[in-house]
Design a protein around this ligand. Structure first.
Ligand code: SF4
Ligand code: MG
Length: 326
């Protein structure tokens, strides 16, 4: 359980709020996960969010441990199911900041269907992918983002399958914020996380993350030579009017194909003009935001949440009176 009282004491004492827990972080030394964790902690602190306003949801993989290391609400869920869990949390409490933190194997392999569904819904959740092209926790098998024909040191032969492009998939699924970052540039990643959390709608950040133990191809020096920032070249990702959507979306999908000698990072696409799923639910259920499902009364004695009086009010047009026969 979250130690809210202790945190409030910190606030009143003016102590540093760094979102760190006292657990030992047991990733391999040099792993890109450290950069992602630090960027998340800094972003949450700089956004001024309180730990009880934030929920981090992870699946299975090395990245799955992230919620243990962040001083906020956390759920370490099943393989590929972080997005459905997060969806439930967000629908039940739309006022909370919900972040999904998972691996490329978890989110784009077994969890790919959920990944697409989140974009269609444009629910206000941020998804951070630890993209290291391997399944690190299970000894380095090829993940869905490893290109065909390449052989990392854990593979006996070159990879036979083509890679999925996380940015292009997110863009065509309907995500309204799509970005890429590099785990070893913590300050830049932190700013992108802040922008993604502030954005209203489904947000994806694909984080290029070296796995020092199993991926000897896509290393920190390999990335450092190639990565460049979109904003340094005047890229404008923002859709200011729905009529701009087709052109900006097509440009972003094309840009997402750039890979090799030059690899772009930064915000590829941002569309704040589309309704979120919460907006659509609220237009159908006016009390949704003021009385979301998780804040509704639940009787401890087992009687229904909705009483007879409320039921009669809801179904008054359809009620029929049945005569008692003795
Ligand atoms: Fe990081 Fe790879 Fe080690 Fe996992 S196996 S902790 S991804 S370096
Ligand atoms: Mg991985």
């Amino acid at each position: 359980m979250l130690r809210a009282a202790a945190w409030r004491r910190c606030l009143t004492m003016g102590l540093r709020l760094d979102y760190k827990t006292d657990l030992w972080v047991d990733w391999c030394p040099g792993c890109g996960n450290f950069g992602i964790l630090t960027a998340m902690q800094k972003a949450l602190a700089e956004l001024g969010l309180k730990p009880w306003e934030v929920v981090i949801v992870s699946g299975i993989g090395c990245s799955g441990k992230t919620p243990h290391f962040i001083y906020a609400n956390g759920v370490h869920t099943l393989h590929g199911r972080a997005i459905p869990f997060a969806t439930g949390v967000k629908l039940a409490r739309p006022d909370l900041t919900v972040i999904v933190d998972g691996g490329d194997g978890d989110l784009l392999g077994i969890g790919a269907g959920h990944f697409v569904a989140l974009g269609r819904r444009n629910l206000d959740i941020t998804v951070i992918i630890h993209d290291n092209q391997v399944y690190g926790l299970t000894k380095g098998q090829a993940s869905p983002t490893l290109p065909a024909g390449v052989k990392t040191k854990a593979l006996p032969k070159p990879n036979l399958q083509d890679a999925v492009n996380p940015l292009a998939l997110a863009l065509s699924s309907g995500y309204t914020f799509v970005a890429r970052a590099f785990a070893m540039d913590v300050e830049h990643l932190k700013e992108i996380i802040k922008a993604a959390v502030k954005h209203r709608g489904s947000a994806l950040i694909d984080v290029l993350q070296p796995c020092v133990t199993y991926n000897d191809l896509y290393t920190t020096p390999w990335y450092r030579k190639r990565v460049y920032k979109l904003e340094d070249e005047g890229w404008d990702p923002v859709v200011r009017d729905p009529s701009e959507r087709p052109v900006k979306l097509a440009r972003a999908i094309e840009k997402a194909q750039e890979w090799g000698d030059r690899i772009p990072v930064g915000i590829f696409y941002q569309d704040p003009t589309r309704d979120t799923l919460e907006d659509r639910i609220a237009s159908r259920i006016p009390s949704y935001r003021s009385l979301p499902p998780a804040l509704q009364r639940i009787d401890s004695n087992g009687t229904p949440i909705v009483g007879e009086r409320e039921l009669k009010a809801i179904f008054r047009d359809r009620l029929i009176r049945v005569k008692k026969h003795h």
